[in-house]
Design a protein around this ligand. Sequence first.
Ligand code: ADP
Ligand code: ADP
Ligand code: MG
Length: 510
Amino acid sequence: MSIRTLLIANRGEIAVRVIRACRELGLRAVAVYSEADAGALHSRLADAAVLIGPPPPAESYLRSDRLIEAARAAGADAVHPGYGFLAENADFAEAVRVAGLIFVGPPARAIREMGSKTRARVLMQRAGVPVVPGYHAAASADFAEAAGSIGYPVLVKAAGGGGGRGMRVVRTAADLLAALAAAAQEAASAFGDATVFLEKYIERARHVEFQVFGDAHGNVVHLFERECSIQRRHQKIIEEAPSPLLAAHPDLRTRMAEAAVAAARAVGYQNAGTIEFIVDPDTLEFYFLEMNTRLQVEHPVTEMLTGLDLVHLQLRVASGEPLPFSQADVTVRGHALECRVYAEDPANEFYPSIGPLLKVAAPAGPGLRVDCGYETGDAVSQHYDALLAKVIAAGADRLEAMARMQAALARCAVLGVATNLAFLRAVLAHPNFQSGAATTQFISTYLAGWQPPSGPPPIAALIAAAVAEYRGQAGASAQPETAANGTGAARDSDRFSPWQQADGFRIGGR
Ligand code: ADP
Ligand code: ADP
Ligand code: MG
């Protein structure tokens, strides 16, 4: 491989995941960090770490110039953008290449063409890929008339949108103008582009996306689908593969896979990308939504299913190697699920929860993978995405994968910040999710008023915990009570006994 030193222009779990790939491939990994991330896990794990600026992303992780300077200074020959931040910024990809470095991602032109959702829609229509009926104004066109002919409800979307932001569902003509204005304003501040457009709002949609991969030798393959219908505010929280919907309709899978490959080919795509579709489960019509021209948050689902390492492939393809397999070689086995564990408080409208992490413990076991950006002692900052970790569970079939996931979530421990772990478990326990029929409306339909179990733990649980702790301590010094040393060992463990503590604590007391 021509890459020897890789700069990772990101933070958190994705930076950690890319550093792991560097280790496996024998590459030197260079991390970057902001002042808020001094000593963060990704900076500790890398071979070198470069400070790139103050905490706000605009002054650090979004500073193209500083990232390229850091790459040069550290002797890197390639840059991996991760996801978010500059991952889908065509100017950054170009600047990296102009600096004589390899950009681990698609050509800047492909990023640019797919970066605007309206432009992408035009391109896709030309390539014969179905798009949602919609409307984009050339200039000061009449949205009201367009919405009328599309038919309500319609969805106002931001051309430069991402992360589920800048979207408004409009059900009646009277609400259209206000929604257009609000979406345009949100889009301008979030994406620096106030352009909005209309799409028919598909009420009972399923989100099904295809992982695609291209190389510099004209090969484009798909690595099958992921279903991401479990969303909160248009943002995925649980993803899985195979899609329960496509499992029941293999012919639909074939047609969607063909459309995904055609979409990627239409922009001369290279490296990892995702073609997102929505499917109407009643008519089985599918429509192109957008292309994400980067590694996706949920890529581990595909890795578990196909046995491929997508980051290894990204690095190989970026260094000019052809894809080491053809479409016919790609097979899937079993079922995989991913849950996104966020530092957020479901009891308080999912508001981000920040602060030091007193304890982080991830379960391990057969069919389990946890991609985590933090360890005990690290801190969650207000400046960045609240994603703490991704728990990925695989099994021979969907039932086994779900059972493993439930058990894994129950064994995740995060102390210090609030998390959505209990919420994720509520989703997994719901019959509608378990049936495989859930649409993107699942959470608003079934879990809108969900509240975490509250109140102090029951007294019996406290007593059981105290006794278990005492037994554990006593067992740790495991000396048989013989006449010779028994009393000594017993006295030793007594020091840890909750019954011997003189700290004023009384079960059931103050
Ligand atoms: P995925 O489709 O991979 O699940 P998401 O839409 O959840 O991706 O976004 C992944 C990350 O990238 C999130 O942190 C999100 O906030 C961020 N992100 C996505 N699109 C943009 C964008 N256009 N500008 C800034 N950040 C974005
Ligand atoms: P983003 O760039 O924010 O990821 P997408 O266009 O991918 O935006 O849409 C995000 C989510 O919003 C989809 O997964 C889907 O749940 C919902 N959505 C988007 N467009 C439509 C539509 N036309 N009808 C129904 N739901 C939609
Ligand atoms: Mg999307």
